[in-house]
Design a protein around this ligand. Structure first.
Ligand code: ADP
Ligand code: MG
Length: 263
């Protein structure tokens, strides 16, 4: 088993990074892929969206501590919680908020996430990391580990500028560390609310004209919020919903799942 290592990244908040991680992960799990989701945001929306407990820095090992202090395979396993069949999560913890501050004074400060997640890479088919909305040393860690980047975006005034900044940051990191650039799976345009105003249509068209492919388009749907309230993925909560099919199409178009031949 060769685990795909995916960063779901955009420093812009509210573009559905967490939602995409959760439901794409759910789609992969439903397709029989053993999938690990990593909540790298101290706010813990992925963790609570799946109704899992955050890890407690006072009583148990957390991802941040494992990154700062190092860990062995058994300790890395102890970070993982099972949500449902094929779907596993490394939950968030409050100490992720202070992780960047501690990383700045650590040796090999950008390698730390890779040290931890490499201990788990024989266990899963896919690992998706839900990043916090920042371009800081913790997201550099995700980029140093990832071999794929999927970029959730929304149709908003600042989306294009945010994307330019993000791509420049990845380029700088790759140049500075002389590593191979990650493979961009492409953009997922989220929270699509049609009909568009003229302005939003222009942003949407600009997103489509970028050199990165658009691999998914997900409309605003109340069923997404309902699934979150139940702590379930769309493919568990409402597998027949149109958004469930759209997350499946995303999984195919972005290259996670093979195309199923038409019946
Ligand atoms: P991010 O992780 O990028 O900050 P979230 O995934 O938390 O963004 O999404 C922001 C908000 O939008 C959340 O309240 C989420 O439930 C909601 N949301 C995201 N995608 C959809 C959708 N397709 N339909 C309805 N609500 C959505
Ligand atoms: Mg989030």
């Amino acid at each position: 088993m060769v685990m795909t290592r995916d960063a779901l990244l955009n420093q812009k908040g509210g573009v559905a990074k967490t939602t995409t991680t959760l439901h794409l992960g759910g789609t992969l799990a439903a397709a029989g892929r053993k999938t690990l989701l990593v909540d790298m945001d101290g706010q813990g929306n992925l963790t609570t969206g799946l109704k899992l407990e955050r890890l407690n820095p006072k009583g148990e090992l957390t991802l941040a501590r494992a990154m700062l202090e190092g860990c062995d395979q058994e300790a890395a396993h102890s970070l993982v919680r099972r949500h449902s069949e094929n779907l596993y999560v490394i939950p968030s913890a409050l100490d992720l908020f202070t992780l960047p501050r501690h990383l700045h004074s650590a040796r090999s400060s950008e390698e730390r996430l890779a040290w931890v997640l490499e201990l788990l890479q024989d266990e899963f088919d896919h690992c998706l990391v839900d990043c916090r909305p920042a371009l800081d040393i913790d997201t550099d860690n995700v980029l140093r580990w990832a071999d794929h980047v999927l970029i959730p975006v929304d149709v908003d005034e600042f989306s294009i500028e945010a994307l330019e900044l993000l791509l420049a940051q990845v380029h700088t990191l790759v140049t500075e560390t002389r590593t191979a650039p990650p493979h961009y799976r492409g953009l997922v345009i989220n929270r699509i609310d049609k009909p568009f105003s003229k302005f939003h249509q222009k942003v949407y068209d600009t997103l489509h004209a970028l050199p990165l492919p658009v691999v998914g388009e997900i409309p605003l749907r109340t069923v997404v919020a309902e699934a979150k309230n139940k702590g379930m993925t769309i493919s568990q909560y409402e597998p027949k919903a149109d958004v469930a099919r759209m997350f499946h199409d995303l999984a195919v178009k972005a290259g996670y799942l093979p195309e199923t031949p038409a019946a």
